[in-house]
Ligand binder design. Sequence first.
Ligand SMILES: NC(=O)c1ccc[n+]([C@@H]2O[C@H](COP(=O)([O-])OP(=O)(O)OC[C@H]3O[C@@H](n4cnc5c(N)ncnc54)[C@H](OP(=O)(O)O)[C@@H]3O)[C@@H](O)[C@H]2O)c1
Length: 432
Amino acid sequence: MGKKESIGIGLMGLGVVGSGVAQTLREKSIAIAQQVGCPLEIKGILVRDPSKKRAIDIPHSLMTTDPLRILNDPDVDIVIEVIGGETEAFRFIKGAIAKGKHVVTANKEVISKHSSELFELAGKHRVDIRYEASVGGGIPLIAPFKRDLLANNILAIHAIINGTTNYILTRMAKDGLDFDTALKQAQKLGYAEPDPANDIEGVDAAYKLAILATLAFRTEIHPEDIHYEGISRLTARDFRYAREFGYAIKLLAIAKKEKRSIQVRVHPAFVPEDLLLANVDGVFNAIQVEGDLVGRVIFYGRGAGSSPTASAIAADVIQLAQNIRLGLRPKPHMKLLKTKRLTPMSQIRTRYYMRLTVVDSPGVLAKISKILGDHAISIASVIQKETDEKTGTAEIVIMTHPAQESALQKALQKTSRLKVVKEIGNFIRVED
Ligand SMILES: NC(=O)c1ccc[n+]([C@@H]2O[C@H](COP(=O)([O-])OP(=O)(O)OC[C@H]3O[C@@H](n4cnc5c(N)ncnc54)[C@H](OP(=O)(O)O)[C@@H]3O)[C@@H](O)[C@H]2O)c1
Protein backbone atom coordinates (compact mmCIF):
# COMPACT_ATOMS: atom_id res chain seq x y z
CA MET A 1 0.00 0.00 0.00
CA GLY A 2 1.40 3.43 -0.98
CA LYS A 3 1.87 6.24 1.48
CA LYS A 4 -1.14 8.44 2.10
CA GLU A 5 -1.16 11.80 0.29
CA SER A 6 -2.99 13.54 3.11
CA ILE A 7 -4.37 12.72 6.55
CA GLY A 8 -8.07 13.41 7.05
CA ILE A 9 -9.27 14.99 10.28
CA GLY A 10 -12.81 14.99 11.66
CA LEU A 11 -13.24 17.68 14.29
CA MET A 12 -16.09 17.18 16.75
CA GLY A 13 -16.73 20.50 18.52
CA LEU A 14 -15.84 24.06 17.59
CA GLY A 15 -16.05 25.80 20.97
CA VAL A 16 -13.15 27.15 23.06
CA VAL A 17 -10.88 24.19 22.36
CA GLY A 18 -12.18 23.19 18.91
CA SER A 19 -11.63 26.73 17.56
CA GLY A 20 -8.08 26.70 18.93
CA VAL A 21 -7.42 23.37 17.27
CA ALA A 22 -8.84 24.48 13.90
CA GLN A 23 -6.79 27.67 14.06
CA THR A 24 -3.58 25.83 15.00
CA LEU A 25 -3.99 23.27 12.23
CA ARG A 26 -4.55 26.10 9.76
CA GLU A 27 -1.86 28.53 10.92
CA LYS A 28 0.79 25.84 11.30
CA SER A 29 -0.26 23.76 8.29
CA ILE A 30 3.08 24.05 6.48
CA ALA A 31 5.22 23.17 9.51
CA ILE A 32 2.88 20.31 10.41
CA ALA A 33 2.90 18.95 6.85
CA GLN A 34 6.71 18.98 6.97
CA GLN A 35 6.74 17.02 10.22
CA VAL A 36 4.15 14.52 9.06
CA GLY A 37 5.29 14.21 5.47
CA CYS A 38 1.92 15.19 4.02
CA PRO A 39 -0.78 17.76 4.78
CA LEU A 40 -3.58 17.34 7.32
CA GLU A 41 -7.04 18.16 5.97
CA ILE A 42 -10.09 18.93 8.04
CA LYS A 43 -12.92 16.98 6.36
CA GLY A 44 -15.80 17.96 8.59
CA ILE A 45 -16.64 19.78 11.83
CA LEU A 46 -19.45 18.68 14.13
CA VAL A 47 -21.37 21.45 15.93
CA ARG A 48 -24.80 21.87 17.47
CA ASP A 49 -25.64 25.14 15.78
CA PRO A 50 -23.95 25.87 12.42
CA SER A 51 -25.39 29.40 12.32
CA LYS A 52 -23.55 30.45 15.49
CA LYS A 53 -20.88 33.15 15.18
CA ARG A 54 -17.45 31.50 15.59
CA ALA A 55 -14.10 32.67 16.94
CA ILE A 56 -12.55 31.55 13.65
CA ASP A 57 -13.59 31.86 10.01
CA ILE A 58 -14.54 28.38 8.79
CA PRO A 59 -16.13 27.48 5.43
CA HIS A 60 -19.76 26.79 6.21
CA SER A 61 -19.68 23.67 4.02
CA LEU A 62 -17.35 21.95 6.52
CA MET A 63 -19.84 22.23 9.38
CA THR A 64 -22.38 19.58 10.16
CA THR A 65 -24.81 18.63 12.90
CA ASP A 66 -24.67 14.99 11.81
CA PRO A 67 -21.94 12.95 13.56
CA LEU A 68 -22.28 10.25 10.88
CA ARG A 69 -20.90 12.62 8.26
CA ILE A 70 -17.58 12.35 10.13
CA LEU A 71 -17.87 8.79 11.40
CA ASN A 72 -18.82 7.34 8.01
CA ASP A 73 -16.35 9.35 5.96
CA PRO A 74 -13.65 6.91 4.74
CA ASP A 75 -11.25 9.84 4.27
CA VAL A 76 -11.29 10.72 7.99
CA ASP A 77 -8.29 9.03 9.65
CA ILE A 78 -8.30 10.86 12.98
CA VAL A 79 -11.31 12.09 14.97
CA ILE A 80 -10.70 14.91 17.45
CA GLU A 81 -13.41 14.89 20.13
CA VAL A 82 -13.79 18.26 21.86
CA ILE A 83 -17.54 18.46 22.44
CA GLY A 84 -17.19 17.65 26.16
CA GLY A 85 -19.76 15.97 28.44
CA GLU A 86 -20.03 12.25 28.95
CA THR A 87 -22.77 10.36 27.10
CA GLU A 88 -22.62 11.66 23.55
CA ALA A 89 -18.86 12.11 23.53
CA PHE A 90 -18.41 8.52 24.73
CA ARG A 91 -20.78 7.30 22.01
CA PHE A 92 -18.99 9.28 19.28
CA ILE A 93 -15.55 8.09 20.42
CA LYS A 94 -16.71 4.47 20.38
CA GLY A 95 -18.29 5.04 16.96
CA ALA A 96 -15.04 6.47 15.59
CA ILE A 97 -12.98 3.55 16.93
CA ALA A 98 -15.44 1.01 15.54
CA LYS A 99 -14.96 2.63 12.13
CA GLY A 100 -11.18 2.19 12.43
CA LYS A 101 -10.39 5.84 13.15
CA HIS A 102 -7.79 7.04 15.64
CA VAL A 103 -9.10 9.35 18.36
CA VAL A 104 -7.68 12.40 20.10
CA THR A 105 -9.73 13.75 22.98
CA ALA A 106 -9.55 16.42 25.68
CA ASN A 107 -12.38 14.80 27.61
CA LYS A 108 -11.31 14.02 31.21
CA GLU A 109 -14.76 12.78 32.19
CA VAL A 110 -14.94 10.13 29.45
CA ILE A 111 -11.32 9.04 29.86
CA SER A 112 -11.45 8.84 33.67
CA LYS A 113 -14.67 6.83 33.63
CA HIS A 114 -14.37 4.68 30.51
CA SER A 115 -10.72 4.35 29.53
CA SER A 116 -10.51 0.57 29.99
CA GLU A 117 -13.47 -0.08 27.68
CA LEU A 118 -12.15 2.40 25.14
CA PHE A 119 -8.60 1.01 25.18
CA GLU A 120 -9.90 -2.51 24.74
CA LEU A 121 -12.07 -1.47 21.81
CA ALA A 122 -9.16 0.48 20.29
CA GLY A 123 -6.92 -2.59 20.63
CA LYS A 124 -9.52 -4.69 18.82
CA HIS A 125 -9.76 -2.23 15.95
CA ARG A 126 -6.01 -1.53 15.90
CA VAL A 127 -6.33 2.19 16.44
CA ASP A 128 -4.97 4.56 19.04
CA ILE A 129 -6.57 6.94 21.55
CA ARG A 130 -4.58 9.93 22.76
CA TYR A 131 -5.69 12.23 25.58
CA GLU A 132 -2.80 14.55 26.47
CA ALA A 133 -5.17 17.56 26.72
CA SER A 134 -7.47 15.87 29.25
CA VAL A 135 -5.25 16.82 32.22
CA GLY A 136 -3.36 20.07 32.66
CA GLY A 137 -4.35 21.62 29.30
CA GLY A 138 -1.09 22.39 27.52
CA ILE A 139 1.21 20.93 30.19
CA PRO A 140 2.86 17.70 28.96
CA LEU A 141 1.84 15.02 31.48
CA ILE A 142 0.37 11.95 29.84
CA ALA A 143 3.34 11.46 27.51
CA PRO A 144 5.93 11.83 30.31
CA PHE A 145 4.05 9.28 32.43
CA LYS A 146 3.90 6.89 29.47
CA ARG A 147 7.53 7.35 28.47
CA ASP A 148 10.00 9.43 30.45
CA LEU A 149 8.99 8.24 33.92
CA LEU A 150 8.54 4.58 32.99
CA ALA A 151 11.59 3.33 34.88
CA ASN A 152 10.37 4.90 38.12
CA ASN A 153 8.32 3.53 40.89
CA ILE A 154 6.01 6.52 41.32
CA LEU A 155 5.69 7.33 45.02
CA ALA A 156 3.43 10.36 45.06
CA ILE A 157 1.60 13.01 43.05
CA HIS A 158 0.66 16.36 44.56
CA ALA A 159 -1.17 18.48 42.03
CA ILE A 160 -2.97 21.74 41.56
CA ILE A 161 -5.04 20.74 38.54
CA ASN A 162 -8.04 23.01 38.60
CA GLY A 163 -7.36 26.56 37.46
CA THR A 164 -10.78 27.90 38.51
CA THR A 165 -10.36 26.96 42.16
CA ASN A 166 -6.73 28.04 42.19
CA TYR A 167 -7.76 31.46 40.90
CA ILE A 168 -10.44 31.75 43.62
CA LEU A 169 -8.03 30.62 46.37
CA THR A 170 -5.39 33.06 45.15
CA ARG A 171 -7.83 35.99 45.34
CA MET A 172 -8.95 34.91 48.82
CA ALA A 173 -5.33 34.68 49.98
CA LYS A 174 -3.96 37.83 48.36
CA ASP A 175 -6.95 40.21 48.52
CA GLY A 176 -8.69 38.86 51.63
CA LEU A 177 -11.88 38.22 49.61
CA ASP A 178 -14.54 35.87 50.87
CA PHE A 179 -15.40 32.81 48.78
CA ASP A 180 -18.57 34.20 47.11
CA THR A 181 -16.89 37.44 46.01
CA ALA A 182 -13.84 35.59 44.65
CA LEU A 183 -16.12 33.18 42.75
CA LYS A 184 -18.10 36.08 41.22
CA GLN A 185 -14.84 37.70 40.13
CA ALA A 186 -13.71 34.42 38.52
CA GLN A 187 -17.03 34.15 36.68
CA LYS A 188 -16.78 37.75 35.44
CA LEU A 189 -13.32 37.03 34.01
CA GLY A 190 -14.48 33.80 32.35
CA TYR A 191 -12.34 31.61 34.66
CA ALA A 192 -15.42 29.97 36.21
CA GLU A 193 -18.48 28.54 34.47
CA PRO A 194 -21.94 30.01 35.20
CA ASP A 195 -22.55 26.66 36.98
CA PRO A 196 -19.21 26.19 38.74
CA ALA A 197 -20.18 23.13 40.84
CA ASN A 198 -17.86 20.60 39.18
CA ASP A 199 -14.85 22.85 39.68
CA ILE A 200 -15.49 24.17 43.18
CA GLU A 201 -16.64 20.85 44.60
CA GLY A 202 -13.45 19.08 43.47
CA VAL A 203 -15.15 16.82 40.88
CA ASP A 204 -13.07 18.10 37.94
CA ALA A 205 -9.85 17.59 39.92
CA ALA A 206 -10.98 14.06 40.83
CA TYR A 207 -11.46 13.17 37.12
CA LYS A 208 -7.96 14.39 36.37
CA LEU A 209 -6.42 12.69 39.38
CA ALA A 210 -8.06 9.40 38.33
CA ILE A 211 -6.31 9.67 34.94
CA LEU A 212 -2.91 10.51 36.45
CA ALA A 213 -3.08 7.93 39.24
CA THR A 214 -4.09 5.22 36.75
CA LEU A 215 -0.95 5.94 34.72
CA ALA A 216 1.31 6.42 37.73
CA PHE A 217 0.34 3.25 39.58
CA ARG A 218 -0.72 1.19 36.53
CA THR A 219 -3.93 0.45 38.33
CA GLU A 220 -7.43 1.25 37.11
CA ILE A 221 -8.53 4.13 39.31
CA HIS A 222 -11.92 5.69 38.68
CA PRO A 223 -13.39 8.98 39.90
CA GLU A 224 -15.63 7.13 42.40
CA ASP A 225 -12.49 5.74 44.08
CA ILE A 226 -11.40 9.24 44.98
CA HIS A 227 -12.43 11.07 48.14
CA TYR A 228 -13.10 14.66 47.14
CA GLU A 229 -14.01 17.86 48.95
CA GLY A 230 -14.38 21.35 47.53
CA ILE A 231 -13.33 24.82 48.59
CA SER A 232 -16.63 26.50 49.48
CA ARG A 233 -16.17 26.09 53.25
CA LEU A 234 -12.96 28.11 53.30
CA THR A 235 -13.11 31.63 54.72
CA ALA A 236 -10.81 34.65 54.56
CA ARG A 237 -9.92 33.88 58.20
CA ASP A 238 -8.55 30.45 57.33
CA PHE A 239 -6.14 32.11 54.92
CA ARG A 240 -5.07 34.67 57.53
CA TYR A 241 -4.37 31.99 60.12
CA ALA A 242 -2.67 29.73 57.58
CA ARG A 243 -0.28 32.56 56.77
CA GLU A 244 0.47 33.08 60.47
CA PHE A 245 1.48 29.42 60.70
CA GLY A 246 3.59 29.69 57.49
CA TYR A 247 1.22 27.94 55.07
CA ALA A 248 -0.76 28.60 51.90
CA ILE A 249 -4.11 26.89 51.27
CA LYS A 250 -4.44 25.01 47.97
CA LEU A 251 -6.94 22.54 46.53
CA LEU A 252 -4.61 19.55 46.22
CA ALA A 253 -5.13 16.37 44.24
CA ILE A 254 -3.04 13.79 46.06
CA ALA A 255 -2.10 10.24 45.11
CA LYS A 256 0.39 8.36 47.29
CA LYS A 257 1.72 4.87 47.25
CA GLU A 258 1.80 3.20 50.64
CA LYS A 259 3.23 -0.22 51.49
CA ARG A 260 0.20 -2.17 50.33
CA SER A 261 -2.27 0.40 49.08
CA ILE A 262 -2.80 3.69 47.31
CA GLN A 263 -4.24 6.92 48.70
CA VAL A 264 -6.25 9.07 46.29
CA ARG A 265 -7.92 12.25 47.53
CA VAL A 266 -8.81 15.83 46.56
CA HIS A 267 -9.34 18.46 49.25
CA PRO A 268 -8.12 21.85 50.42
CA ALA A 269 -4.78 21.52 52.23
CA PHE A 270 -2.24 23.60 54.12
CA VAL A 271 0.95 23.65 52.04
CA PRO A 272 4.20 25.03 53.56
CA GLU A 273 4.67 28.43 51.95
CA ASP A 274 8.28 27.81 50.96
CA LEU A 275 7.24 24.91 48.68
CA LEU A 276 6.86 25.59 44.97
CA LEU A 277 3.27 24.34 44.99
CA ALA A 278 2.30 26.98 47.54
CA ASN A 279 3.41 29.66 45.10
CA VAL A 280 1.42 28.49 42.09
CA ASP A 281 -1.08 31.30 41.70
CA GLY A 282 -4.06 32.29 39.59
CA VAL A 283 -5.26 29.93 36.86
CA PHE A 284 -1.90 28.15 36.63
CA ASN A 285 -1.56 24.43 37.30
CA ALA A 286 1.36 22.51 38.77
CA ILE A 287 1.83 18.79 39.11
CA GLN A 288 4.57 17.50 41.39
CA VAL A 289 5.53 13.89 40.80
CA GLU A 290 7.89 11.92 43.01
CA GLY A 291 9.63 8.88 41.56
CA ASP A 292 12.11 6.56 43.27
CA LEU A 293 14.79 7.30 40.65
CA VAL A 294 14.09 10.81 39.46
CA GLY A 295 13.10 12.29 42.84
CA ARG A 296 10.72 15.24 42.59
CA VAL A 297 9.81 16.76 39.24
CA ILE A 298 7.32 19.55 38.74
CA PHE A 299 5.26 20.27 35.63
CA TYR A 300 3.96 23.84 35.60
CA GLY A 301 1.94 25.90 33.15
CA ARG A 302 -1.44 26.85 31.78
CA GLY A 303 -3.93 24.12 32.59
CA ALA A 304 -6.67 25.39 30.28
CA GLY A 305 -7.48 27.84 27.53
CA SER A 306 -7.88 27.63 23.80
CA SER A 307 -4.22 27.77 22.66
CA PRO A 308 -2.57 25.73 25.45
CA THR A 309 -5.14 22.96 25.03
CA ALA A 310 -4.79 23.11 21.25
CA SER A 311 -1.02 22.68 21.74
CA ALA A 312 -1.55 19.31 23.45
CA ILE A 313 -4.20 18.16 20.97
CA ALA A 314 -2.13 19.15 17.94
CA ALA A 315 0.87 17.23 19.34
CA ASP A 316 -1.27 14.09 19.68
CA VAL A 317 -2.63 14.57 16.15
CA ILE A 318 0.85 15.09 14.65
CA GLN A 319 2.18 11.93 16.27
CA LEU A 320 -0.76 9.86 15.09
CA ALA A 321 -0.48 11.33 11.59
CA GLN A 322 3.26 10.47 11.53
CA ASN A 323 2.43 6.90 12.53
CA ILE A 324 -0.28 6.62 9.88
CA ARG A 325 2.04 8.00 7.23
CA LEU A 326 4.80 5.56 8.22
CA GLY A 327 2.33 2.69 8.39
CA LEU A 328 3.16 2.04 12.08
CA ARG A 329 0.66 0.07 14.12
CA PRO A 330 -0.38 1.56 17.47
CA LYS A 331 1.51 0.34 20.52
CA PRO A 332 -0.62 -1.72 22.91
CA HIS A 333 -1.94 0.31 25.82
CA MET A 334 -0.31 0.02 29.22
CA LYS A 335 -1.34 -3.17 31.05
CA LEU A 336 -3.31 -2.14 34.10
CA LEU A 337 -3.94 -3.95 37.37
CA LYS A 338 -7.67 -4.47 37.80
CA THR A 339 -7.43 -5.30 41.48
CA LYS A 340 -6.72 -2.22 43.48
CA ARG A 341 -6.12 -1.62 47.12
CA LEU A 342 -7.10 1.86 48.11
CA THR A 343 -6.49 3.33 51.55
CA PRO A 344 -9.87 4.27 53.05
CA MET A 345 -10.02 7.97 53.88
CA SER A 346 -10.64 7.06 57.54
CA GLN A 347 -7.14 5.55 57.70
CA ILE A 348 -5.03 8.39 56.34
CA ARG A 349 -2.73 10.18 58.79
CA THR A 350 -1.97 13.89 58.54
CA ARG A 351 -1.66 16.92 60.74
CA TYR A 352 -4.80 19.05 61.07
CA TYR A 353 -5.74 22.69 61.47
CA MET A 354 -8.98 23.36 63.35
CA ARG A 355 -10.83 26.62 63.86
CA LEU A 356 -13.51 26.74 66.57
CA THR A 357 -15.78 29.39 68.06
CA VAL A 358 -16.12 28.81 71.80
CA VAL A 359 -17.56 30.47 74.87
CA ASP A 360 -14.95 32.87 76.23
CA SER A 361 -14.54 31.38 79.71
CA PRO A 362 -11.84 29.49 81.65
CA GLY A 363 -11.58 25.70 81.27
CA VAL A 364 -12.87 25.52 77.68
CA LEU A 365 -9.52 24.59 76.22
CA ALA A 366 -9.04 21.86 78.84
CA LYS A 367 -12.34 20.26 77.76
CA ILE A 368 -11.37 20.28 74.09
CA SER A 369 -7.83 19.02 74.83
CA LYS A 370 -9.30 16.14 76.83
CA ILE A 371 -11.46 14.99 73.90
CA LEU A 372 -8.52 15.23 71.50
CA GLY A 373 -6.27 13.37 73.97
CA ASP A 374 -8.89 10.64 74.40
CA HIS A 375 -8.64 10.07 70.61
CA ALA A 376 -4.82 9.99 70.58
CA ILE A 377 -4.60 13.41 68.94
CA SER A 378 -1.88 15.59 70.38
CA ILE A 379 -1.90 19.34 70.01
CA ALA A 380 1.14 20.97 68.39
CA SER A 381 0.01 24.54 69.01
CA VAL A 382 -3.06 26.47 69.99
CA ILE A 383 -3.77 30.13 69.59
CA GLN A 384 -6.68 32.15 70.87
CA LYS A 385 -7.75 34.57 68.18
CA GLU A 386 -10.43 37.26 68.17
CA THR A 387 -12.83 37.56 71.11
CA ASP A 388 -16.27 38.98 70.57
CA GLU A 389 -17.33 40.79 73.72
CA LYS A 390 -20.93 41.20 72.55
CA THR A 391 -21.52 37.45 72.16
CA GLY A 392 -19.00 36.42 74.84
CA THR A 393 -17.25 34.10 72.38
CA ALA A 394 -13.67 33.61 71.27
CA GLU A 395 -12.09 31.93 68.27
CA ILE A 396 -9.38 29.38 68.85
CA VAL A 397 -7.13 27.77 66.30
CA ILE A 398 -5.47 24.41 66.92
CA MET A 399 -2.72 22.67 64.96
CA THR A 400 -2.32 18.99 65.74
CA HIS A 401 0.52 16.50 65.38
CA PRO A 402 -0.13 13.67 62.88
CA ALA A 403 -3.33 11.85 63.71
CA GLN A 404 -5.63 9.36 62.07
CA GLU A 405 -8.58 10.77 60.11
CA SER A 406 -11.17 8.51 61.79
CA ALA A 407 -9.98 9.66 65.23
CA LEU A 408 -10.13 13.29 64.18
CA GLN A 409 -13.68 12.94 62.80
CA LYS A 410 -14.87 11.29 66.02
CA ALA A 411 -13.17 13.94 68.15
CA LEU A 412 -14.72 16.73 66.06
CA GLN A 413 -18.17 15.21 66.54
CA LYS A 414 -17.71 15.01 70.30
CA THR A 415 -16.24 18.49 70.45
CA SER A 416 -19.20 19.93 68.53
CA ARG A 417 -21.51 18.52 71.22
CA LEU A 418 -19.78 20.43 74.03
CA LYS A 419 -21.99 23.24 75.35
CA VAL A 420 -19.04 25.61 75.36
CA VAL A 421 -18.36 25.05 71.64
CA LYS A 422 -20.54 27.30 69.49
CA GLU A 423 -19.22 26.25 66.10
CA ILE A 424 -16.51 24.19 64.44
CA GLY A 425 -15.57 26.78 61.82
CA ASN A 426 -13.36 24.52 59.73
CA PHE A 427 -10.77 21.80 59.76
CA ILE A 428 -8.13 21.49 57.08
CA ARG A 429 -5.54 18.77 56.49
CA VAL A 430 -1.88 19.74 56.44
CA GLU A 431 0.43 18.35 53.72
CA ASP A 432 3.94 18.98 55.04
N1 LIG B 1 -11.91 25.01 27.76
C1 LIG B 1 -10.72 24.58 28.15
O1 LIG B 1 -9.82 25.37 28.46
C2 LIG B 1 -10.42 23.10 28.21
C3 LIG B 1 -9.15 22.67 28.64
C4 LIG B 1 -8.85 21.29 28.65
C5 LIG B 1 -9.85 20.40 28.27
N2 LIG B 1 -11.07 20.85 27.89
C6 LIG B 1 -12.07 19.87 27.47
O2 LIG B 1 -12.34 20.05 26.08
C7 LIG B 1 -13.68 19.72 25.80
C8 LIG B 1 -14.36 20.90 25.09
O3 LIG B 1 -14.34 22.04 25.93
P1 LIG B 1 -14.71 23.50 25.38
O4 LIG B 1 -14.38 24.43 26.48
O5 LIG B 1 -14.13 23.72 24.05
O6 LIG B 1 -16.31 23.38 25.26
P2 LIG B 1 -17.29 24.39 24.52
O7 LIG B 1 -16.66 25.72 24.33
O8 LIG B 1 -18.60 24.31 25.22
O9 LIG B 1 -17.47 23.74 23.05
C9 LIG B 1 -18.18 22.58 22.81
C10 LIG B 1 -18.37 22.44 21.30
O10 LIG B 1 -18.96 21.17 21.03
C11 LIG B 1 -20.17 21.33 20.29
N3 LIG B 1 -21.10 20.33 20.81
C12 LIG B 1 -21.37 20.04 22.11
N4 LIG B 1 -22.24 19.03 22.20
C13 LIG B 1 -22.51 18.65 20.93
C14 LIG B 1 -23.34 17.65 20.38
N5 LIG B 1 -24.06 16.83 21.13
N6 LIG B 1 -23.37 17.53 19.02
C15 LIG B 1 -22.65 18.37 18.25
N7 LIG B 1 -21.83 19.34 18.73
C16 LIG B 1 -21.78 19.47 20.05
C17 LIG B 1 -20.64 22.76 20.53
O11 LIG B 1 -21.37 23.18 19.40
P3 LIG B 1 -21.98 24.68 19.27
O12 LIG B 1 -20.78 25.56 19.21
O13 LIG B 1 -22.75 24.68 18.02
O14 LIG B 1 -22.80 24.89 20.50
C18 LIG B 1 -19.30 23.49 20.68
O15 LIG B 1 -18.80 23.88 19.43
C19 LIG B 1 -14.30 19.31 27.14
O16 LIG B 1 -14.21 17.93 27.28
C20 LIG B 1 -13.41 20.01 28.15
O17 LIG B 1 -13.41 19.37 29.41
C21 LIG B 1 -11.38 22.17 27.85
